[in-house]
Design a protein. Structure first.
Length: 465
């Protein structure tokens, strides 16, 4: 099952966790106090670049009449949509730039170039996801209500369709997110599903209608005879934007190491424990400056979950400090290449499409859903896991925390597997030896019986003679 006791799982004392929380608060204060004109120039420059790129893409598509113009226009439009979605819409709606008090670049006024309304997204995402991150049953972003991403969720026959549902979700990601947010909005507002004319439904369809009309009616009509090329370009750009946003989100939330938690862990959770849950429940992927920018700096998903309202251009700097804290407290800093992180999430999607009885690992030590119980089973008696105490080297001051414990578990698993393999080999050899011995006994018995038969035959011949 998922983590029920983050203190036991992290191998930190309550005092250690509170100290860690205080250090993260200090990082936040330092970042907030240093915000200024340089950051304001960054976001305004990004907005100008995005709008210039989109205008250039539209002009190229309108004026161009060959495949090269179409390819160039489509590529620029795709990049413009990705920047607007990831670095602008997502981050501005998080309130990362509210400190500027700019009425245009503000979470209360920005409307992004997506099917769903930014208002519904903010209510669902900023609250439901960022407060209850990866708590099974409380965070609706765990699988988005479509995919089974942890064994804590009971398997249903519909989960067999996960591989196909995953492809549909990736291609139509903006619609998946929009409908997901609409569902949460109606649940939070107490609006019955049967009320088709409810205010959340009207808000959604007004925004969705404008988006569909803009991309698939207005711009193609403005293109005149080239309407088909513009329609194809808009469709392609939206598809590629959806696939990229989907990949970035899944790489930050569902690879191995992005842990899940139970509601028991949330009960009585302190601010410091919330910080720790964000660190253990998120994953980064390795990216240079260009890829970081194109991902809205969500390649730093750990830092984003720790400080969702700190401007994203600060995450690279903050990540250095977060890594240092992970080293200090011997905690894992989950990261890897984009391809690796997505393949781990992809494997989980396909693996958990099957009933648990077909899965080899248990729910407590499965790579996609860890638990503090994994340490009880392999390293120490179960009674000792109630409050694991880290060991601090008196010479170096280095803690023995979760990262060391996980390394020990890997060694223990390998040793256990070797022991089981050796035991199987010994059992096989013993069975083979037993089979040979039984074969020898049967062979000697057969020889004796054959000799007895020959003796009887000779005696019978003598009597006859």
């Amino acid at each position: 099952m998922a983590i029920t006791d983050i203190q036991a799982y992290s191998h930190l004392t309550a005092a250690d966790i509170e100290t860690l929380g205080a250090e993260l608060d200090s990082i936040r204060r330092t970042a907030e106090q240093s915000l200024g004109e340089r950051d304001a120039r960054y976001i305004r420059r990004t907005i100008r670049a995005q709008r210039t790129l989109e205008a250039a893409a539209r002009a190229t598509l309108f004026a161009g009449r060959n495949k090269w113009a179409w390819a160039a226009g489509t590529a620029m439009l795709t990049v413009a949509k990705i920047i607007e979605n990831m670095e602008l819409g997502h981050n501005i709606s998080h309130g990362q730039w509210d400190w500027m008090n700019d009425p245009e670049i503000h979470s209360t006024s920005w409307e992004w170039d997506m099917t769903g309304t930014s208002t519904q997204w903010k209510r669902a995402h900023n609250f439901s996801h960022h407060v209850y991150t990866n708590i099974v049953g409380m965070d609706d972003d765990v699988g988005f209500g479509i995919l089974r991403m942890t064994r804590d969720e009971q398997w249903k026959p519909i989960n067999l369709a996960q591989p196909v549902a995953n492809l549909v979700l990736a291609a139509l990601f903006e619609w998946g997110i929009a409908l997901h947010d609409l569902k949460i909005e109606k649940l939070q507002s107490g609006v019955p599903r049967s009320d088709l004319l409810s205010e959340p439904n009207r808000q959604f369809w007004r925004k969705a209608g404008r988006q569909v009309a803009k991309d698939f009616v207005v711009f193609p009509l403005l293109s005149g005879p080239g309407w088909k090329r513009t329609l194809q370009a808009n469709t392609t750009a939206n598809l590629l934007r959806n696939l990229w946003a989907y990949a970035v989100i899944f790489c930050g939330h569902f690879p191995d190491g992005a842990e899940k938690f139970t509601e028991e862990q949330f009960d009585g959770e302190t601010r410091a424990e919330w910080y720790l849950r964000q660190m253990l429940g998120s994953a980064n992927f390795d990216a240079g400056p260009a890829m970081a920018f194109m991902s809205g700096n969500l390649c730093y998903q750990i830092e984003h979950h720790l400080f969702p309202d700190i401007p994203s251009n600060r995450y690279a700097q903050i990540s250095v400090q977060v890594r240092q804290l992970c080293d200090k407290y011997d905690l894992p800093y989950t990261t890897g290449s984009l391809g690796k992180q997505y393949l781990l999430a992809f494997r989980t999607i396909h693996k958990l499409a099957l009933p648990d009885r077909f899965l080899r690992r248990t729910a407590d030590d499965a790579p996609e859903t860890a638990s503090e119980r994994k340490f009880a089973a392999l390293l120490r008696p179960a009674a000792d896991t109630a409050r694991l105490r880290p060991v601090v080297d008196p010479l170096t001051g280095q803690r023995r925390g979760l990262r060391s414990a996980m390394a020990e578990v890997k060694v223990a698993v390998r040793v256990k597997a070797q022991q089981e393999k050796a035991a199987l080999r010994e059992t096989k050899l013993a069975l083979q030896e037993k089979a040979r011995a039984e074969k020898q006994v049967i062979r000697r018995r057969a020889l004796r019986e054959r000799a007895t038969v020959r003796v009887r035959l000779r005696q019978r011949r003598k009597r006859i003679i």
